[in-house]
Design a protein around this ligand. Sequence first.
Ligand SMILES: C[S@@+](CC[C@H](N)C(=O)[O-])C[C@H]1O[C@@H](n2cnc3c(N)ncnc32)[C@H](O)[C@@H]1O
Length: 389
Amino acid sequence: MLVFFMKGRVKFKVLAKVLYEVLTHRVSVDVAFKRACKGVRLKGTAERELLYELARKFVSDYHKLRCILGDVRTYAKYVRVWLEGISDEGLPPHCRLSYSRWFYDKVISLLGENEGRQLLASMNKRVWWLRINTLRASEEKVVRLLEHEGVKYVIDKDYSFLVRIEETPKPIRLLKPVREYMAIPQDKASVAVIHVLSPEAGDIIVDMAAAPGMKTSLIMMLTENRAKVIAVDISYRRILLMKNLLRKLGVDLSRVHLVVSDSSKIRFPAYPSKVLLDAPCSNSGAVSKDPALKVTLSEGKVKYYALKQAELLNNALQIGSMIVYSVCSIMPEEGELIVSLYKDRIRLERTLTWASEGYAGLPLSSSVMRLFPHKHMTEGFFIAKMLTK
Ligand SMILES: C[S@@+](CC[C@H](N)C(=O)[O-])C[C@H]1O[C@@H](n2cnc3c(N)ncnc32)[C@H](O)[C@@H]1O
């Protein structure tokens, strides 16, 4: 009885603190959960994982709870009502799907009611992709190890080094191939970005927003460490994390030049073979990974990033003649509308046959690529391949 009581208290306290962190400090669920668990005694990994999943669901249901409770200001009330169980009967669609009115209306205006709702519903579920890191182990070895751990997976039809996890007896990060950097969680959309970049041995590639290095590491994997990457990021802290990650993934660090700089101003003495601009963005395509985005996303944020993206792309067009621009966003303000600012200076190529086109009715939409959770089981991404005129 005491154990049950204690567990209930812990659960209550952690969930309330998670919501406080997300609403007050606008952080991700992962960061909020870490902060909320500080000083809390949990009985091992299993309890922690259960609580983590609960925290994700709770934050994901925030807008639904708001619809039910109105403008209640106490976190405790949100937690209590949610733990007792809520019903969405009679609620309007944005409340049932648990999105802000603004975000819901925006998606419906882009895709129509049916498809828009499908997209929003699929962003409420997480899909896990694992990229087999062939710099550390063969594809065969990694799938054998996954099977040995009881993981159910599907090998992707487009990329043989990518698997979609269907069931796992333990958290992904605790699986042996992941712990030993033979595999790493990476969404299929990120892989598709590098597919569009099509790195080759001998290429010199500028990665303009490189940290924490997931795409740089894939470039090096696909070229068997035979490309050269100039990896730029504005954040020194993130560049340090990147260096550490690349080393663990088996990337030849003598071929990756790490630079801390503002890529909207940086210049290079010579043209690289290819430029990747995986720009900072609102992350509106990554809601399934971080449900806190449903709470923290705003029109202001989208506008803020659109300005940054325009500056960065402007400079990318001076740096190289082949540029891949990508953002993990479903907002046209960060995709079609950014690229169309430079339409007179570029030619676009659509190389990803399985991707969707851009949003109907927007400039250049038939020449750019979009990936969607409800269609491609990926995060929501925008990708454009540009050649300067
Ligand atoms: C979407 S993340 C990049 C993810 C990375 N490409 C990967 O696959 O791991 C965007 C990055 O852009 C960086 N950034 C933001 N503004 C920048 C700027 N003006 N110049 C260079 N990097 C910038 C951020 O620090 C962040 O690391």
